[in-house]
Design a protein around this ligand. Sequence first.
Ligand code: NAD
Ligand code: FE2
Length: 378
Amino acid sequence: MTGAGSFRHLGRHMDLFGKVNKVLIITLPSIRSQGLLDEIVNLLSQQGIHTTAITGVMREPTADNIQQLAAEISGEDFDAYIGIGGGSVLDATKLLAVLKTNSLDIEDMLGTDRIPNAGIPTVLIPTTSGTGSEVTPNAIVTLPKKELKIGAVSRHLLPGLTIVDPLLTLELPKPMTAATGMDAFTHALESYISNKANRVSDMFALQAIRNIANGIVEAYHHGQSVVAREEMIMGSMYAGMALTAAGTAAVHAMAYPLGGKFNIPHGVANSMLLPHVTEFNIDRITDRLADIAEAMGLGGSRAFGSVSAAESVIGKIMEWTKELGIPQDLTAFGVTEKDIPELAAAASNVRRLMDNNPKEMEIEDIERVYRKLLPSKQ
Ligand SMILES: NC(=O)c1ccc[n+]([C@@H]2O[C@H](COP(=O)([O-])OP(=O)(O)OC[C@H]3O[C@@H](n4cnc5c(N)ncnc54)[C@H](O)[C@@H]3O)[C@@H](O)[C@H]2O)c1
Ligand SMILES: [Fe+2]
């Protein structure tokens, strides 16, 4: 379900899952304080559905955090889990649902197709625009001991119902609007240039790019604009569909160690890397970038010279990151020159995503891109 106010139809759609008496809501303290949780609890109680709410998912959760939440709720059975939050909460909801029905730890589930049983039915309601997690079969966790972020990919992580409502994002603070919006844009761009891109992913990726290019600056400056927020949340969802069909690539592979080792928020890491990785790839994807330029409304297209159109995409991304206040310097997060080889080795190991990149990245290429974000090393 999509559209402004669509979350108010949640109660009457719960019969999708048969007779539902009791649900677990996994959400954020800020959704509770905005009064949205009370509204949702009331909607459900009007349908005779009892609710329990938990708000203990940490930002970019560790496997231990989710495992601990699973232990806390293990004594009770629920008919469905409803996740209302950013990608962190949605990913946690998906994993909690399958932890309940599989005798596995999260670490056993990481990788592709390693979850044998379907989980408790889930409803996923994003409050960032964002990860697109509400429509992807992925869930990402942080493994602090390994200083890594890593994903589980399984059809059993797809939700039973998704509600995409811009009203839930109106209070999203500016830095999160910027970072999560750039994450969504990165999903769309990387899906369009991925080795696995196809006609289905292309359609969703270009539509996502149009939506996000229309909305991102306006949503940042005027957070209460329902029109801009709607562009962003729809763009984020389409980008999630694109990445499900095509996969992301080197930007995401290089962002994971920055999140795992230095806690750089996922969207910030992607946003910093995106122009530089795109520049590295440019000779392999010039025509594709020209299509993206056209979708972004930059006036370029294959017909009018792909090279300048491709360069205009990189220029626009740089312009956005400045306007949206996204840092361009990894030293601000404690990264130094001596960390670069280890970061590059970790990124190179994320084969699931690196193999989607249109141009092979050797370790030295990865190091060179990271160094572009250490200003003194340029
Ligand atoms: N499953 C996927 O397909 C997928 C794709 C990309 C990223 N991810 C993962 O998702 C996580 C990041 O998710 P995210 O970027 O949505 O951010 P997030 O969920 O970590 O939220 C960022 C911050 O915004 C706050 N917040 C969220 N919604 C709010 C609202 N409406 N009002 C006020 N504050 C709000 C949160 O409390 C948090 O502090 C990472 O772990 C990333 O790796 C998953
Ligand atoms: Fe992402």
